[in-house]
Design a protein around this ligand. Structure first.
Ligand SMILES: [Zn+2]
Ligand SMILES: [Zn+2]
Length: 196
């Protein structure tokens, strides 16, 4: 039965949005879920909904907690993947680079490590750090592709393109993932709590 457009049987106000609407399966009358949460009983058949509403609330809380946990794992996995790649690049660089270039590689490892520690502790700026590190790594892989094609080393070209695509995917994920945002928002130190 379509409940949007009908009136709530508890507060008599119109029901405007489908997600807010609930219906008693016994007598089929409609109401706002928020109104039923206050009343606890169906106004017509007096069916008791307190237990069902408690179960629904804890189900929602569990789903939200699971989503936050997934966001936490995903952003940390992104950071660790970048770190492993960076360690591999630094190891290869050891063979070919001078001390100056090597210092830059070590700097990037420290920078990435800082971002991972920050994200583990729910610090929002760490997401910016990781975005920056990912973009920088994408530029480096682009340069790798260019060097490979200039010097006729196909392996460098393939590897560079592969890394570029991977870095762009990681960048999009850490930038646009709602799960990651919810994870960072879940921390008491985040800006979201200031207004409450
Ligand atoms: Zn109502
Ligand atoms: Zn009822």
């Amino acid at each position: 039965m379509q409940l949007v457009g009908t009136s709530c049987n508890l507060c008599a106000q119109p029901i405007r949005f489908a997600p807010d609407a609930g219906q008693c399966p016994e007598c089929e009358i409609g109401f706002h879920i928020s109104c039923l949460e206050q009343a606890g009983l169906c106004p017509k058949c007096s069916r008791n909904y307190e237990e069902a509403l408690r179960a629904l609330a804890s189900e929602r809380a569990n789903a939200a907690a699971a989503e936050i946990e997934l966001g936490r794992r995903m952003i940390l996995a992104c950071g660790l993947t970048l770190l492993v790649l960076q360690l591999a690049i630094a190891a290869v660089s050891c063979l070919v680079l001078e001390a100056g270039g090597l210092m830059l590689e070590v700097g990037r490892i420290v920078f990435l490590g800082g971002a991972i520690v920050g994200l583990y502790n729910g610090l929002r700026w760490a997401r910016r750090w990781l975005q920056f590190a990912t973009l920088f790594a994408a530029l480096v892989s682009l340069r790798m592709t260019a060097i490979g094609s200039q010097n006729g080393v196909p392996l460098f070209v393939y590897l560079g393109v592969l890394l570029l695509v991977g870095y762009c995917a990681v960048f999009s994920y850490i930038t646009f993932s709602g799960k990651v945002s919810r994870y960072l928002d879940s921390w008491p130190s985040s800006g979201a709590q200031i207004h409450t």
